[in-house]
Design a binder for this molecule. Structure first.
Ligand code: ZN
Ligand code: ZN
Ligand code: ZN
Length: 139
């Protein structure tokens, strides 16, 4: 397992330190995007700054993308097509008012075919509502 993560990190030009491997491993099993405190709570013996720096490095290297939600930033792993130059996470981020989870809706995305005399560095698509699981339990 950790060897697979090592090669993923190396592929994104990131030195696979043990902390980075741990954080990547943890994020790779998450359905929802997590905030810094949620990630921090999982690692009892790591300090906040180390985790924060790990996430910042990951973001710069195209490993995670961040989702800004009011005053909270949440992080989710990127796909292989993100790199240190560009993030391509132009999909909808969905916040559920009931379970309070933010998830990536990758099948709903901004068309990549947009062309023009401009350069897009970042696109934010954000929606609030009730997720499929919570909707089901309401019925
Ligand atoms: Zn990305
Ligand atoms: Zn929900
Ligand atoms: Zn996303």
């Amino acid at each position: 397992m950790s060897q697979k993560i090592e090669s993923k990190l190396l592929h994104k030009n990131t030195k696979p330190t043990s902390m980075r491997i741990l954080v990547y491993d943890f994020l790779s099993v998450q359905e929802a995007a997590l905030s810094l405190s949620e990630i921090e709570n999982h690692f009892d013996n790591a300090d906040r700054t180390t985790i924060y720096r790990t996430l910042k490095t990951f973001e710069e290297k195209g490993i995670v993308h961040s989702i800004q939600e009011n005053s909270t930033t949440r992080y989710k792993l990127c796909h292989d097509d993100c790199d240190e130059k560009t993030h391509k996470d132009w999909h909808l981020h969905f916040y559920c008012k009931i379970c309070k989870q933010t998830t990536c809706k990758e099948d709903i995305s901004f068309p990549e075919s947009v062309q023009g005399n401009f350069r897009i560095d970042e696109i934010r698509l954000f929606a609030k509502g009730i997720c499929e699981n919570c909707l089901e339990s309401l019925q």
